[in-house]
Ligand binder design. Structure first.
Ligand code: CAA
Length: 241
């Protein structure tokens, strides 16, 4: 039986590349998405990957979504917490809604998604949880107090959860992508991107979603069982820690 992988935000951007890489590696994949029905339908038609709609910031919706995926595909062996949003703005102008939206979707989602799967993983003695954090959780980024706080929070979360579950065959790791050529990064004003971000990347280019997907496939593999609580950076040399 193929192992089952669930990828949140799995029908677009980095998440779509992750879903596809896991499918190619032989997993039975479920791709969660929040709102863009059109993109999800297109992704499903092109890849044959099952798509499931729910909001990762809603605990009850996550519990129901996980139950549905498990009913359809079987127990979840691999959970990739990839769904995330930006609501950039300097802190002195930031609105409460911008703060709450990012914390709810990027950080509270870790509780919402991991809590419904962790007991089953512990009972079965196997699990792989991979969280897509960010370079901006490691170094901070002007204009992103909300996002940097959530992404740094993920790094503490994975270390604590890794310690609790290492003896149960479950690994919990984070990947910190740098600036990847997705819609999220392309939403940054062109001038900011060209003058303030690209010159800081030694590789001289944005990353590709597939370069992050490779990292996920590596950490998700059965043979990666001794790697837990770790943070894998993939940022073209922009930040070394
Ligand atoms: N550091 C310090 N100062 C900065 C700055 C920076 N990185 N960027 C801009 N400033 C300065 C500007 O020079 C300007 O100064 P002056 O008023 O003295 O000229 C001032 O801050 C205002 O800048 P903006 O005109 O850009 O202000 P704005 O209010 O229009 O926009 C912003 C602010 C929305 C935060 C915009 O600067 C921005 O989008 N910055 C990029 C933030 C970023 O990197 N986001 C990453 C998104 S991708 C992602 O998150 C994925 C991932 O994981 C990597």
């Amino acid at each position: 039986m193929a192992r089952v992988a669930l990828v949140t935000g799995g029908s677009r951007g980095i998440g779509a590349a992750i879903s596809q890489a896991l499918k190619e590696a032989g997993y039975s994949v479920a791709a969660n998405y929040a709102g863009n029905d059109e993109a999800a339908a297109k992704f499903k038609a092109e890849t044959g990957i099952a798509v499931y709609k729910w909001d990762v910031s809603d605990f009850a919706a996550c519990a129901a979504g996980v139950a549905q995926v498990e009913k359809d595909l079987g127990p979840i062996d691999v959970l990739v917490n990839n769904a995330g949003i930006t609501r950039d703005g300097f802190f002195h102008k930031l609105k409460l809604e911008q703060w709450q939206a990012v914390i709810n979707t990027n950080l509270n989602s870790l509780f919402n998604m991991c809590r419904p799967v962790i007991e089953g993983m512990r009972e079965r003695g196997f699990g792989r949880i991979v969280c897509i954090s960010s370079i901006n959780g490691q170094k901070g980024q002007a204009g992103q107090t909300n996002y940097s706080a959530a992404k740094a929070g993920e790094l503490g979360f994975i270390k604590a959860l890794a310690q609790e579950n290492a003896s149960k065959g479950i690994t919990v790791n984070a990947i910190c992508p740098g600036y990847i050529g997705t819609e999220m990064v392309r939403a940054v004003p062109q001038e900011v991107l060209e003058k303030r971000i690209l010159p800081l990347i030694p590789a001289g280019r944005l990353g590709e979603p597939e370069e992050i997907a490779r990292c996920v496939a590596f950490l998700a593999a059965d043979g990666s069982g001794f790697i837990t609580g770790s943070t894998l950076s993939a940022n073209g040399g922009q930040y070394m820690i």
